[in-house]
Design a protein around this ligand. Structure first.
Ligand code: GLN
Ligand code: ZN
Length: 762
């Protein structure tokens, strides 16, 4: 059989999040293991069936997971940290979930971002175990698909080099040796698959699109040669995605039978390479043509032209069409959406619709464009209509965007700092929080009732006001210096703003997996973004009316909004970020007019948006800094701009952090305080800064001595006159009692530290 269409991976969560519900029921002890296993199998099979019924030729098997595919790869090699129960052999379901979720006595394995997506994977800890093949997982799922559905599936697994690069627990110099440890295990997997008669195996090697040293490139040669020799009868499909491959010539020379390239997120580099450097005669090109990372329908005419271009370098018979990446990163189907206006709805494509597009293109490739004429027309029409819609043609926004000038505060930091000291009268070593206070069950219940229409606007507003008042009183009593209103009116820091700005659309079922059973529903930024009505002013000035201290205004920054949304693809992300920035600037100016003189713009997602290739970092960071400054630079010198970032690995971006020119930055640090302090030894930071003095991710209330120590350490490298004392992130996930307790300890630690300094001075 010749294959024309393929898929890389399918979403796990189900049309109505059946998967999530199943997992959570099991975790809650409401399902026994057998039932759970059976029901998850039925889900898995239904996904395979769906792909088959749509006409996908090469259907991935083994991409399904009960938590995370990196964890799956680890446990098939017996990688289990010693803090969990395990004595060799196949890893039990209980242990599997324990690694992912932790137990009372053993913390969960670390989680981190899967390349530049918002999916988080479980980081394998290689230091504690010697790998061995304890479960040929791809083989099991291959057999299952064949037995149950007669599907000749394509087993999928993470390739050895990417896998080791994604793991931790070894020194850099040991990298090759660690890969060699895994190599025979991969050979065995492949061998057994070969014996079973498997035709194609997909090895995901996304590391190939990142910046790689020559050593790693050479290791690729060695590893894939060894794999080929181990099972020459199996066709290996080397799969890359999210960017162009960094070493095209070397990659196309590897002894594999197919190469999967992303032709959507490659900035046309893959296309250029294929055209200029050719594509080997003996390999299949698996062309990622349909965007696996975004929700827009494809203009099929454009895709057909792209295919035709490829067909000039590779004969048609050796091209397979597929999405640009796993469909894990998009929602399941647009069919469930009932409330989206037609113009937008018709231009959307989620996972299921994307597979239809793949099959259409494959037909177009095989039978000629005329075979899919109608579908081409309809796709072009849908996109055109959206492009011509008033929401995408806000003249005023576009004019402003095309005439943007410099974005710069009126005076340099030193001048602003003196002015702010005088006018704001903020004490030495000030204490504050990051913005949110506990979103209790009651807060969520009230909001839900209000959304359902069971609670009037007025009643909801009164409730929010009561909550604000309660927490202003609490903050006063604790003795914090700069107060916040608490963010009770917000569910989510992006959704809240998206609902109030023009150009956004929210979906009902547009969930995507974030980590484990946790799903997020990113908004669609589909139109020109503009300011509509004040978003935070009412709550902030109400809070300010209750106290003589400053209440800090609280906004989410443009880069975070862009990085946590599905963004229109007819404009660059930079342009969209600037549109958002201009809208937020109006909000800041409105706050300032209302005498809110301390304003924080959160950018927790700034760092995670860093491109996969180092040479693209600079332009990304420049654009991010510009958008931030666009939001924050029009205010008076006396207005103090804060920002907050949720991570501490920022050595690499410290230059950009300085360039933001915020008056005060707060950074999450508690879990890696030592390292962060070291970063400041190497690089000075001469603006206001608050290093989180305690970790809000745990309910534990820290001891006074711990907090004092953490302040003291920071003050060894940072100027006390510029130092702020705050927790390391927002408190919305914490309980009320522990929050109050911890903040009391924090304020006491601040007091004692101040005392110490003043005594030293005298
Ligand atoms: N102001 C936000 C909060 O406190 C910041 C959250 C974040 O950075 N993730 O909740
Ligand atoms: Zn944070």
């Amino acid at each position: 059989m010749t294959f024309k269409s393929s898929n890389i991976g399918y979403p796990r969560i189900g049309e109505k999040r059946e998967w999530k519900k199943l997992l959570e029921k099991f975790w809650a002890g409401k399902l026994d293991e057998d039932t759970f296993t059976e029901e998850s199998k039925q889900l898995r099979l239904s996904y395979l069936k769906k792909q088959r019924d749509k006409g996908i030729d090469l259907i991935p098997v083994g991409d399904f997971s009960l938590y995370d595919h990196v964890l799956d790869t680890g446990v098939m090699f017996g990688i289990v940290p010693t803090r969990f129960d395990y004595d060799g052999g196949g890893v039990s379901l209980q242990t599997y979930f324990n690694i992912a979720r932790g137990t009372k006595g053993a913390p969960a394995a670390e989680m981190t971002k899967w390349y530049n997506t918002n999916y988080h994977y479980i980081v394998p800890e290689l230091n504690e175990s010697t790998p061995s093949l304890v479960h040929n997982r791809p083989l099991e799922y291959y057999r299952e698909a064949k037995q149950e559905l007669g599907i000749e599936g394509k087993p999928v697994l993470i390739g050895p080099i990417s896998f080791v690069l994604l793991s931790k627990g070894y020194a850099k110099e040991q990298f090759n040796d660690v890969v060699y440890q895994f190599l025979p295990l991969y050979e065995q997997v492949l061998n057994e698959l070969g014996e079973e008669g498997v035709q194609w195996v997909q090895f995901d090697e996304p590391a190939l699109v990142t910046t790689l040293s020559d050593d790693v490139v050479n290791l690729y040669k060695e590893v894939y040669e060894a794999l080929h020799n181990a099972a020459p009868e199996v066709n290996v499909l080397l799969q890359t995605y999210f960017e162009s491959v960094t070493h095209y010539e070397e990659v196309t020379k590897l002894p594999v039978q197919g190469i999967g390239l992303d032709f959507v997120h490659d900035r046309s580099e893959n296309l250029k390479a294929v055209k200029e450097k050719g594509f080997p005669q003996d390999k299949v090109l698996v062309a990622g043509l349909i965007d696996g990372r975004n929700v827009w329908r494809s203009k099929l005419d454009k895709k057909i032209s792209l295919l035709n271009e490829l067909a000039q370098a590779v004969d048609k018979g050796r091209i397979i069409v597929q999405p640009s990446s796993s469909l894990l990163h998009v929602p399941v189907t647009v069919k469930s959406e009932k409330d989206i206006p037609d113009v937008l709805f018709n231009a959307l494509s989620f996972a299921d619709e994307k597979l239809d597009e793949v099959v259409l293109l494959a037909q177009g490739l095989e039978k000629g464009e005329s075979a899919i004429q109608l579908e081409i027309k309809s796709s072009v029409k849908a996109i055109q209509e959206l492009n011509h819609s008033p929401q995408r043609n806000n003249k005023q926004v576009q004019e402003t965007i095309h005439n943007l000038g410099e974005a710069k505060r009126k005076a340099p930091f030193k001048v602003r700092h003196d002015l702010q000291q005088k006018s704001l009268q903020i004490p030495f070593l000030p204490t504050t929080t990051i913005g949110s206070f506990p979103q209790t069950k009651e807060v969520r219940k009230q909001r839900l009732q209000w959304r359902k229409g069971e609670l009037s606007d007025a009643a909801y507003e009164t409730y929010i006001k009561e909550e604000i008042k309660k927490w202003i009183d609490i903050q006063e009593e604790i003795g914090l210096d700069v107060l916040v209103h608490g963010e009770f009116e917000r569910t989510d820091m992006v959704e809240y703003f998206g609902e109030k700005l023009n150009g956004f659309q929210f979906t009902k079922f547009g969930w995507v997996q974030s980590y484990g059973s946790r799903c997020v529903k990113p908004p669609l930024i589909f139109g020109d973004v503009s300011f509509n009505t004040p978003m935070t002013v009412k709550e902030t000035i109400y809070a300010q009316s209750l106290t003589d201290k400053h209440v800090k205004g609280m906004l989410t920054g443009p880069i975070t909004i862009v990085n946590w949304s599905f963004v229109r693809d007819d404009r660059t992300k930079t342009e969209v970020a600037n549109q958002i920035a201009l809208a937020l600037r109006e909000e800041i100016e409105e706050l300032e007019r209302n005498a809110i003189l301390v304003i924080q713009v959160d950018e927790p997602a700034l760092r995670e948006g860093l491109p996969l290739k180092e040479e693209l970092h600079d332009s990304y960071l420049k654009a991010a800094v510009y958008a931030f400054k666009l939001v924050t630079s029009s205010v008076e010198n006396e207005t103090q701009i804060h920002t907050h970032m949720c991570y501490s690995e920022f050595e690499e971006i410290i230059g950009s952090i300085k360039a933001l020119d915020a008056d005060v930055i707060s950074i999450e640090t508690s879990r890696s305080h030592g390292e962060l302090i070291k970063a400041f030894e190497d690089s000075t930071y001469e603006r206001g800064i608050g290093l989180g003095v305690y970790d809000i991710h745990s309910p534990r209330v820290p001891e006074l001595s711990e907090m004092k120590r953490s302040i003291d350490r920071a003050l060894q490298v940072l100027d006390p006159k510029l130092f702020w004392i705050n927790p390391d992130c927002g408190l919305k996930t914490r309980g009320v009692e522990e929050t109050v307790e911890a903040l009391k300890v924090m304020v006491e630690a601040a007091k004692q530290t101040r005392g110490k300094y003043l005594a030293q001075k005298n």
